[in-house]
Design a protein around this ligand. Sequence first.
Ligand SMILES: C[S@@+](CC[C@H](N)C(=O)[O-])C[C@H]1O[C@@H](n2cnc3c(N)ncnc32)[C@H](O)[C@@H]1O
Length: 225
Amino acid sequence: MRMRKKKHAAERLAACENLILPLSVHEADYRKAEENPTYYDIAEIFGNENPLHLEIGCGKGQFICELAKRNPDINYIAIEVCDDVAVLACERVKEAKLNNVRFMVCGAEYILKYFKQSTIDRIYLNFSCPYPKARYAKHRLTSPIFLPMYKKLLKNGGEIHQKTDNMHFFEYSIERYSELGFRMQNVSLDLHKSGFEGNIVTEYEQRFLDLGQPIYRLEAVNIKE
Ligand SMILES: C[S@@+](CC[C@H](N)C(=O)[O-])C[C@H]1O[C@@H](n2cnc3c(N)ncnc32)[C@H](O)[C@@H]1O
């Protein structure tokens, strides 16, 4: 996502500190993150035992904000690697006075450091960068780097809800889900003509809708052996 540098992003993030979860020092190699866990105490953070849903790559937060408003009995953690974008999402949630959303401002590569296995009910991937060039494929949020992490963290029957405008990325993701034994359901090749109810339009989704492009969507269910 190309953004003009937001003025004083660090100061503005600091003003939202109650919403931002602390990060430990990250290992240079994300593959070692799991070896030195500093797990969040989710019940303490939210003050309840409600289900936990993540959004990875939340952008400016339009989706997570509306989702959290509609579902006050679900806890949400939104992860965004780019400070300049994350600050807008944090400010939006602060303004809306939502107490069921927190943020992690870091790359999703490190999630195994912070969450215990089989504790997450759902993960949202909305318009994740498709990284079309093969040499950047590992950065795709459904690559074999990320999917095994989600599989560990999701409960049995936990779901990944993915939307994208990119058919090739959609196909790629379906192949990766299949390889790991996820069961796919509610697959749509044109979400907005599918009769699907309750969709929350993200910032990127609105751009593609304005261009008349179809939106691809699926739910991948985690089946643990
Ligand atoms: C194309 S934007 C989509 C934003 C938003 N989900 C939407 O639909 O409008 C993708 C977002 O994912 C973030 N992102 C990319 N790789 C990430 C990673 N490894 N961890 C966390 N966020 C990431 C980017 O910074 C960007 O904000």
